[in-house]
Design a protein around this ligand. Structure first.
Ligand SMILES: Cc1ncc(COP(=O)(O)O)c(C=O)c1O
Length: 421
């Protein structure tokens, strides 16, 4: 494997979506303090995103989970109600459900890493009010049949497009997120568009939009100084991951950024947060709009979105055609490319890729990826979703973002094929 640039580190967690244009936009914004608090920039960004992905309305929130909370609240989902999500997910999503006081119920995944009509059906009960479909890694779930099940049982369908922003439903040709009554995405640092945190709700339902708008409108912002730090982090990481091994310059830069509190985890831990129904007071403190500075950072990436998606599609196709053992015959611009192997080969592959400066992703090592939260709080019973728990042990995620060249993707496939032989 010969790298065009031997200095970089290839990782899917540390801002892979921040390209030259986004980093340049961040730098420019740092010198334009008059734009930092300009709320009209958030409004125009919301319109841009709604138009781009074909939705009537879009609302920017401080995190994806806060957007989900707004959707559930607007749908009047509350204590005593059940919301079905899939196992093989992240606890961030569960927070939104617990915050309205509802109970999460877990459906198992199938070979496409998504829940299916078959795994969903046995989880439906009289208390079920909503189903959240995840489109894991950007792989479209079986929306047509799941939607029918929801309609037949008068249950709301919500789409989590945190991994799948910009993807299309192969049957209807619609953007993912447009079949459910509402959808939400995340602008976390490991997502297709990074605003160093943030999220967005989309809907075509005017009545629901009016309710979400009320909640959104009465929310505040995070501190501008915090948003500026996020922008600074964008700049520093852009440089650091490209010069990671250059006299360890990037490594040192990241170490220092962490020391001064500029860099955190890709998904904020929620173990320290309240994980039960929010009072009005809690809600005021916790639910925030997307900061205008972060909105501008996301907006800069939207300008380039077509080209980054084309790249993800190209790399996905290389893995699909070059890996000898892959069940994945899907053609979609994946956020990460999942590969299943034995536990022993997983260790070997991870180790080998690391020697080539590539960090394999780990979504997900647990049925619900946790940051210290008890299973009991998340209402997950170990052993209840067997497929998810089996996949947890054997999966690795390969990068598809712009830091991976086509040549490197072929080389990654070759390394894996050799180990698998
Ligand atoms: C599938 C999925 N849904 C939702 C979220 C929530 O995102 P946020 O961290 O913006 O609340 C995440 C975060 O990683 C996720 O992976």
């Amino acid at each position: 494997l010969s790298f065009a640039n031997p200095f970089k580190i290839i990782t899917s967690t540390a801002d892979p979506s921040i390209d030259f244009h986004a980093a340049f936009a961040a730098k420019k914004l740092l010198w334009q303090p008059w734009l930092w608090k300009n709320e009209s920039k958030l409004l125009s960004m919301q319109t841009e995103f709604a138009n781009y992905f074909g939705f009537k309305q879009a609302f920017g929130f401080n995190r994806g989970r806060e957007g989900l909370f707004a959707i559930l609240k607007a749908l009047n989902i509350k204590k005593g109600d059940e919301v079905i999500i899939q196992a093989f997910t992240c606890e961030a999503l569960v927070a939104g459900i617990l915050w309205v006081g509802a109970t999460p119920v877990y459906a198992d995944i199938e070979g496409d890493y998504n829940m299916s009509p078959e795994t969903l059906k046995p989880k439906l009960s009289k208390k079920t009010k909503a189903v959240i479909v995840q489109h894991t890694f950007g792989i479209p779930a079986n929306l047509a049949q799941i939607k029918k099940l929801c309609d037949d049982n008068k249950i709301f369908l919500i789409e989590d497009i945190a991994h799948a922003l910009g993807g299309k439903d192969p049957r209807s040709g619609k953007f993912l997120g447009a079949i459910g009554i509402a959808s939400f995405t995340s602008f976390g640092q490991d997502k297709k568009i990074s605003a160093q945190g943030g999220g967005m709700v989309f809907t075509n339902d005017s009545a629901l939009a009016a309710k979400i708008s009320d909640l959104w409108g009465s929310s505040g912002f995070i501190k501008t100084s915090t948003a500026v730090k996020k922008l600074l982090k964008t700049k520093i990481f852009y440089m650091a991951i490209r010069l990671y091994y250059f006299l360890s310059f990037g490594k040192l830069l990241i170490f220092l950024a962490r020391k001064v509190g500029l860099a955190g985890r890709p998904v904020e831990k929620i173990a320290s947060e309240k994980l039960s129904a929010l009072s009005n007071q809690d809600e005021k403190q916790l639910i925030k709009k997307l900061h205008p500075l972060q909105a501008q950072l996301a907006s800069a990436q939207l300008k380039n979105f077509d080209s980054t998606e084309a790249h993800r599609q190209k790399i996905t196709n290389i893995y699909t055609t070059s890996l000898k053992e892959t069940a994945l015959k899907i053609s979609a611009p994946l956020l990460r490319y999942p590969f299943i192997t034995s536990e022993e080969n997983k260790r070997k592959i991870v180790r080998k890729l690391k020697t080539h400066h590539i960090l394999a992703g780990e979504w997900y090592t647990e049925p619900i990826l946790r940051f210290g939260t008890e299973w009991e709080i998340l209402k997950y019973k170990l052993g209840s979703c067997k497929n998810a728990e089996e996949v947890n042990k054997r999966i690795i995620n390969l990068p598809t973002h712009k830091l991976v060249t086509t040549k490197e993707a072929y080389a990654i496939a070759k390394i894996i094929n050799t180990i698998e032989e």
